[in-house]
Design a protein around this ligand. Structure first.
Ligand SMILES: COc1cc(/C=C/C(=O)SCCNC(=O)CCNC(=O)[C@H](O)C(C)(C)COP(=O)(O)OP(=O)(O)OC[C@H]2O[C@@H](n3cnc4c(N)ncnc43)[C@H](O)[C@@H]2OP(=O)(O)O)ccc1O
Ligand SMILES: O=C(O)CCC(=O)C(=O)O
Ligand SMILES: [Fe+2]
Length: 358
């Protein structure tokens, strides 16, 4: 049985290689944060940069069928001004949302050995990956988070490869999110002068999906580290289910201040990702966000990343440039873009520079 001292002398082995994750560290009852997790001061979330008198829009979807235009305009405004909003009355049942949260706990409660069957080194497929932090090899300071990431190909592949602890619940959440994703994209495309989402557009906007489950265990000295560092998502859009703990912070456009995203029971947090910022030629904003570590509670979240297909080439849409607007982004192969994102540590909005016309 390893002692606390021996574990602390080789954190990488215990947390990363043996698959105990930060959950394993947290459950040892550590009183002090290991030095590997201490973030530089500028990366920590401090009260001085957080504002309390503003918040991301909350959009009620209940009257979508009768009020499509008005709700659509609210969605486009939020995408331009905040890049983030919450939706309520979106028609995904509470049962589906509660079940995927329970299943997330069920997956992470398993032994390190069981979870580690899905690590990068052990997984039989690149489409299933259990890990910790973001990209430990490239990070100077680690992040206080464990995750399982599932790239959706087909129900058959999921049946063969996804862990049974959460397979059905994750698939159910994916299936049930389909209608609301289409409504959001329909509204966002109208705002860009795209009249119809034909098959090519549909594939470009939502040709692939990835569902992650994130576990942020209780943390000693949470003020010294982060759950997730500053980043923007590389998706078209992200649909995030969070629990009731809180801790997600979003950067306010053109400012150095951050706002908290308060948990609302049954709501989903929606954010625009880099792919849609690029396709909209910068009109819709893919905004930096980060997650605070928590000293008293474990937290979970379940993002669905709606993406182009890896083989798609993305760039500003023709409809957006029709009026003579100059493109600010070039055409890039989406899988090159995503690889660039995954190979470096979280460093805020710098990912999108990869696609900028210099
Ligand atoms: C994990 O914590 C996160 C995650 C996020 C994610 C935010 C998003 O927006 S995810 C949406 C990403 N889009 C897609 O998944 C759709 C398109 N997919 C692809 O293009 C490909 O599937 C691929 C992701 C590029 C992988 O293709 P493959 O040919 O298999 O490439 P590899 O060479 O194996 O991988 C490239 C590089 O990325 C690392 N990597 C791959 N998958 C993951 C993953 N799920 N999580 C972390 N890292 C991943 C892989 O290890 C390679 O790096 P090396 O250094 O090992 O070469 C936001 C915030 C978070 O905290
Ligand atoms: O846990 C959260 O609230 C956000 C997680 C996140 O930003 C991500 O997984 O990309
Ligand atoms: Fe994110």
């Amino acid at each position: 049985m390893p002692t606390t001292v021996s574990i602390l002398s080789n954190i990488t082995d215990f947390v990363v290689n043996e698959g105990h994750g930060v959950k394993g560290l947290s459950e040892m009852g550590l009183q002090t944060l290991p030095k590997q997790y201490i973030q530089p001061i500028e990366e920590r979330i401090t009260p001085t940069t957080v504002i309390l008198d503003d918040q991301i829009p909350v959009i009620d979807m209940s009257n979508w069928d009768n009020d499509t235009k008005l709700i659509g305009e609210k969605i486009c405004n939020a995408a331009e001004k905040w890049g983030f909003f919450q939706i309520i009355n979106h028609d995904i049942s509470l049962d589906v949302l509660e079940s995927v949260k329970e299943a997330t706990y069920r997956f992470f409660r398993q032994t390190a050995e069981e979870k580690n069957k899905h690590s990068k080194e052990n997984s039989s497929s690149n489409n299933v990956r259990y890990g910790t932090s973001f990209t430990p090899k490239a990070e100077k300071a680690l992040e206080w988070k464990d995750y399982l990431s599932l790239f959706y190909v087909s129900d058959e592949e999921a049946a063969a490869l996804w862990p049974s602890a959460l397979r059905e619940e994750a698939l159910d959440f994916l299936r049930n999110s389909e209608i609301v994703i289409k409504k959001l994209l329909e509204a966002l495309m109208k705002g860009l002068n795209v009249k119809e989402i034909d098959q090519t557009k549909e594939s470009l906007l939502m040709g692939s999906k990835r569902i992650n489950v994130n576990y942020y265990p209780k943390c000693p000295n949470p003020e010294l580290t982060v759950g997730v560092g500053r980043h923007s998502d590389v998706s078209t859009l992200t649909i995030l289910l969070q629990d009731n703990i809180g801790g997600l912070y979003v950067k306010k456009l053109d400012s150095e201040t951050w706002v908290h995203v308060p948990p609302i029971h049954g709501a989903l947090v929606i954010n625009i990702g880099d792919a849609l910022q690029i396709m909209s030629n910068g009109r819709y904003k893919s905004i930096e966000h980060r997650v605070m570590a928590n000293g008293s509670n474990n937290r979970i979240s379940v993002p669905i990343f709606v993406n182009p297909k890896p083989s798609d080439v993305i760039g500003p849409l023709a409809e957006v440039l029709e009026n003579g607007e100059e493109p600010i982004y070039k055409q890039v192969l989406y899988s090159d873009y995503v690889k660039h994102f995954f190979r470096k540590a979280h460093d805020g909005k710098d990912t999108v520079d990869f696609a900028k016309i210099k």
